[in-house]
Design a protein around this ligand. Structure first.
Ligand code: CMX
Length: 134
């Protein structure tokens, strides 16, 4: 269940429009999509840097995991997402190795991908996402 690459880096922001401006105007990156992921209670904006995606995340509800994170720690790097060929198998393998899962089964994420999270308390403090087409 080796990751094929880093699929994206998730960054929690307080204001999506203002943050998009920074990535566009200062870094010269193009925001190629904005999407609301209702299941995760976030609005996302995407940029490609080479083969890696940056995903900006703004909370859409007070009980969104991103709202809680920003309230506690402020905006900043929120999670690291690894691309997996088979997310369900990767989650099962991680659990079998003693990792605490947030998602026992893959669920729907942005861009039509299947996603599943590992708990940061089991991963050295880095909220970790597996994502892929199945
Ligand atoms: N990175 C590292 N540690 C984190 C964290 C993060 N993003 N979010 C929370 N934590 C830590 C907290 O600091 C806290 O640690 P301490 O107990 O040492 O203070 C601990 O985890 C518990 O945090 P909490 O604030 O009490 O929050 P919850 O336990 O309610 O939720 C988590 C934490 C990770 C389970 C929850 O945020 C979650 O389920 N995340 C996965 C889903 C998600 O983040 N979706 C948004 C992105 C969706 C997308 O990319 O499409």
């Amino acid at each position: 269940m080796k990751p094929t690459h880093i699929e994206h880096i998730g960054i929690a922001v307080s204001n999506l429009e203002e943050s998009i401006k920074y990535y566009q105007e200062v870094l010269g990156l193009e925001c190629y999509a904005v999407e609301e992921v209702t299941d995760q209670k976030v609005k996302t904006a995407f940029f490609m840097v080479g083969q890696t995606k940056i995903e900006l995340l703004e909370a859409t509800a007070e009980d969104s995991p991103v709202a809680k994170f920003v309230d506690k720690k402020g905006p900043g790097i929120h999670h690291l997402a690894f691309a997996m060929d088979d997310v369900a198998t990767a989650l099962n393998d991680a659990e079998a190795k003693g990792v605490r899962l947030i998602d026992k089964e893959p669920r729907g994420g942005a861009e039509g991908l299947r996603i599943g999270f590992l708990h940061p308390k089991s991963t050295g403090g880095v909220l970790t996402e597996f994502c892929g087409k199945k």
